[in-house]
Design a protein around this ligand. Structure first.
Ligand SMILES: NC(=O)c1ccc[n+]([C@@H]2O[C@H](COP(=O)([O-])OP(=O)(O)OC[C@H]3O[C@@H](n4cnc5c(N)ncnc54)[C@H](O)[C@@H]3O)[C@@H](O)[C@H]2O)c1
Length: 287
């Protein structure tokens, strides 16, 4: 039987590299996907013959689609695991200073650079879309079940006022997990996300790392503990797991405000199906 195969994005460094290393130790073949060709190739090399590097910009759909196709073929037509982990902080600040705001030649305000949303959220959604496609086509090679993990952040539970897009993207990952997780599990695919607190990685400039108080560091071993929890339970899905210090905290949605909200959230599915079935197609509500 062939080995299980995983893709880890942003695996050239930090959390992604730790997860890739952990998967190798568990007998996986791992595709290190990263934008950075130097660190990505070095990471794959350090992991040995069961790892390969595929340079990928997850914010480009064609690049990510190529990654998944190549990974599936490299893994002998099998894909079992994906950690959609690549992430960046805000590339342009929403609160831009008065004298730095730009207008184009027509006097229209130039758009905010939303790369953070593309990398941290849109790429995760497209990654899940691609993952599902290949997991469904892995049965003949011995697979057919999938574990999808996305990296959110503490900022996806609380907020980071210095990085409003980062915060929004990480909340988005939590929403995606909660909405899609319980649905995909029927297909044999679990979808969960991790919300790490402060983990010392290259995301943080070296001089800040040096100053950071040691008692507020969450080690990479807490990340791999969460990965083991997901891999060890095929029914665990839709979970948002906060990682702080050496502990995992399974975080639930807020309580329903009242019975009306509970009905809308849990029992209205029949209503929606019947009501939307009556919407004439020409209204094009899905376009
Ligand atoms: N380190 C922390 O304290 C912390 C806390 C919460 C969440 N996170 C999240 O963890 C994830 C991993 O970050 P990290 O801390 O390991 O940082 P890191 O900088 O060490 O690693 C991020 C990796 O992502 C890669 N990357 C960036 N843009 C990419 C793109 N478009 N396509 C492919 N790869 C790309 C980078 O080249 C880098 O190797 C991120 O999503 C980050 O937001 C980190």
């Amino acid at each position: 039987m062939s080995k299980p195969v995983g893709i880890v994005t942003g695996a050239g460094s930090g959390i992604g590299l730790a997860v890739a290393t952990h998967l190798i130790s568990k007998g996986y073949k791992v595709v290190v996907a990263d934008l950075n060709p130097t660190t990505g190739a070095a990471a794959a090399k350090s992991l040995g013959p069961d790892a390969t590097f595929i340079q990928t910009d997850v914010s480009s759909y064609p690049s990510q689609a190529r990654l998944f196709k190549q990974a599936y073929e490299w893994g002998s037509n099998r894909l079992d695991f994906c950690h959609a982990n690549a992430g960046v902080d805000d590339r342009q600040i929403l609160y831009e200073e008065f004298d730095k705001e730009e207008v184009d030649e027509n006097g229209l305000v130039k758009p905010l650079n939303t790369k953070t949303m593309a990398v941290n959220l849109e790429a995760v959604i497209q990654g899940l879309w691609l993952f599902k496609y290949y997991v469904r086509r892995s049965k003949e090679a011995g697979g057919g079940k999938g574990t999808f993990v996305a990296t959110s952040s503490s900022a996806g539970l609380y907020m980071m006022t210095t990085n409003p897009q980062y915060t929004a993207s990480k909340y988005g990952v939590v929403g995606l997990t909660r909405a899609a997780g319980p649905v995909f599990v029927k297909d044999g695919i679990t979808v969960n996300c991790i919300c790490p607190a402060f983990v010392p990685t290259n995301l943080c400039p070296p001089h800040v790392l040096e100053l950071w108080p040691k008692e507020h560091i969450t080690p990479l071993s807490t990340v791999t503990k969460a990965i083991d929890a997901f891999l060890g339970d095929e029914t665990m899905t839709g979970q948002t797991v906060e990682l702080s210090l050496d502990k995992l905290y399974f975080r639930q949605m807020p309580e329903w405000a009242n019975d009306s909200q509970r009905w809308i959230g849990t029992e209205s599915l029949d209503f929606w199906e019947k009501a939307y079935a009556k919407v004439p197609e020409k209204e094009g509500y899905k376009t």
